[in-house]
Structure formats: structure tokens, C-alpha cells
Design a protein around this ligand. Sequence first.
Ligand SMILES: [Zn+2]
Length: 454
Amino acid sequence: MGFFWGLFTIVLGFLDSSVANGLRPKDFVDPSGNKIVFVDFQEVHHKIVFDVAKSSAEFVTSIVFKSETEGAPVFDIVDDPTAVELDGQKADQMLVTSPDQATKFRVVTRKLRPGKHVLRVAGTITRNVSFGLGTVKSGFFMTDLSDRGYTERYLPTNLEYDQFATKMEVAVVGTQKRHTVFTNGAMLPVARRRANVFAIAYPEKFTTSSMFFHLGPEEAYDTKTGVFVSKTGRAVPIGVYRQAGATQDLERYLNVAVKELASLEEIYGPYLHSNVVIYAFGSGGMEYCGATVTSLAALSHELAHSWFARGVMPGHGNAGWLDEAITSWRDDGFKKVQTFSGNRPMADGGDYKRSTDSSAYGFGASFIGHLHSEVPNFFDFLRHMIKNRSWYPLTTEEFVNELSNFTGRDFRPLFQKHVYRSPSERARRIYRSTPRVPNPYHPELTAEQERRML
Ligand SMILES: [Zn+2]
């Protein structure tokens, strides 16, 4: 790894991003008496080398962050890092369980003073990497249905509350075969003679659940491009691709995407992202910021997430139900639900919850239908949210406040009754015994199914 450390230079313009109030999880003291603090990432720089000759995928990540209180700073990556450095000195890290037992994350075991610091983490990407004859495929596929399902599956990152700019340099070495990258980031210019070197910038509004990255040999994919003309007049490029020779009809995907985007703009307002990347694959799908991996059947649902989920973004696992509920309610044809009962504490999964409660698709969608029935100008409210709260990780409480302010009616009791933990033991029992039904649009994939996606 010494080689990489030496090569690594950070050229970062420090844009002071800050974390919105109420989003950062509570700092706490772990069983050994260490104060664990959640910090604000300012800028992240990944340098990844896929060495085809050695079948290895190694990264070095440099993170500039700000801490407000003294303590051991939190970051996360699922696989054990091979080396960690803090402010230029070798450091140790450990896995810590959140006080509510909802999740785990890593902390650097050093008591840090408040201020600006630099964390460097080196390690190996093991998940969804596959080496062939002179080729490598790597996809940073994510899921919101299980804990630690975002960028942390591949690279060091922060929890979903934090927004930060990311630069990613990727080199595929040990092969002459041309590789390509599909991404929702901006491709930065690299010298032409350096084939298989990619530099990508992800904007500072992105969180750990925003990034889309898929690398593979050029010959392995069929691509098609199109344009969606937004109601604002902006020409939004669409790129659709599939595995070479696969049966997905890319022309059809393009046509459906253009039609759905136009229909979504009529409901929610202008498209928010710089482009549209669609990987035509499998059954069901997953959303990213202006990108999706999806079947044709799930395409409309996934594109809708470009407004709710990856436009108005969840700040943590207790807010993720909102976008699934709103999107599923649209799938069901914007039903009005006049009488509504039941309780699923989708917004109340503990202070540190990071995944979405799957009750969102059915129960949550009906609850949104109930709001639609209760709020005469509900579509105006949704447009208001897109216009005013996009690119700003949101809590359920903020959503309720927005709705209450918009309508002049206090919606807290209604949300309290249906989506927070009920004081009734009977309601809690029903919730616990309700089977978790997978949504056809977001099937939970096995490791093998994910690898086939490469
Ligand atoms: Zn969804």
C-alpha cells in the first residue's frame, strides 16, 4: 500500500458543507467509555486500482471532515480496512454497535479535538467485483432494504445524513482491453493516451446512497442514447445499456423513460438531475440519483424515485419509508384512502436505523393515500416539497412539519398514531407478527444474483 500512499495527493477546493440540524445521530459513549461522535465530511477522494493481472481491487480514500465535539469520529465501510491514518499518523479503527443495536459502524479509536481533520483509509473491494480474461467488472450496487447497504459496501463513507463532494479516480491496469464506466457522476477529462483511467466527480449534494458506478469491458455492454426534453426546455441526455446480447429492448426502455419522465414532471415538477442512466437488467430495480438498475416493468417506479428518494432524500432509515410510500402510492394510481387504521412504526426504528421498513410499500402507500384524502391540494404539497426540500436529507419530523405548515393543520397526531411506535401492546404485536413482504420493484437479491448483475 505504501506505493499508493505516496501517489496520493489531495487537490481539494474546500466547500464548507454542513449537516442540517436534527439529522446527525446522537453522539454516545460506548461500553469502554469512549465518546463516539458523528462528523461532517467535507470532501472525499477515492483512488481505486483494478489490477486485472493480479485480480485485485484496492482503494485509498482520503476524507476531509469537520468534527464539532471531542471524541472518536465515526465513518463506515463494511469490509475491514487494511490501513487507517488520521492527520498523517497511523491510527486504529474498530467496529461499534449503535446504542439501539440497529446498526454497526466504524470509529477511529482516537479522541479528536473539534476542527478539521484528514482521515485516510486503504482497503480492498471484494463485493461485486469479477475478473475475467483481461477484464474486470465492478458495480457499486446498493440496497435500502438491509443495514449498511450503500457506498459502505465498497468504500469508506459516512451515514446517510451527510452530504459531501466525492472525486473518484479509477485505473484498470494489467490489461489492454478497453473498459468503460457507467455513472451518474461527471466524467472529468483524462489524457487520451491513458485508456482505462477514469476520473469522476460526484456533486456535494450527494449522500452515501446517491452514487452510481458500474465498470466493465466495453465489449460487454450494448448501449443506446436518447434525449428527454424537460418542460423547462433543458435537453437531458439519457443513456440506456444492457449486457451484450441480452434480450432487453433498449429502444423500448428509451421510449418508456421519455414518456414516464414527462408524466412525472407534470405531477412533481421539473426533473432534478443532470442526466438519466438506465441499466436494463433483471426483475425489479434500485434507484440512484438520476440513475437506475431496472427491469422494464419497474422503470416507471424507479424513475419516480428521481423525485422522491434521490431528489427529496431520506436523512436516515426512519425517513426512507416516505419515498417508498409516495412512489408505491403512485404505482397504485394515486388512490384516496378515506378511512385508515393500523400502526407500523416505520418512522420509529431507533435513533440509528439505516434501512427502510418494507411496510412502506403497502401500509405506507395506503397512509399516503389517506393523506391525499385528508389534504385537498396534496399534489401541490408534493410539488412544494420537491421545489423546496430537494437535495436536502429529510427526516419524517421535517416532512410532518412541512405538511402542517402547508395546510395549517397539525398532522403530528395522525403520524404519531400510524407511523410511530404505538403505546398499544396489541398494535406492537400486530407489527411484529406482520410478515415482511418483498416489493416486486425492489426484490432483495442474493450475493450471486448481484454478481450476475455485473
Ligand atoms: Zn421504490
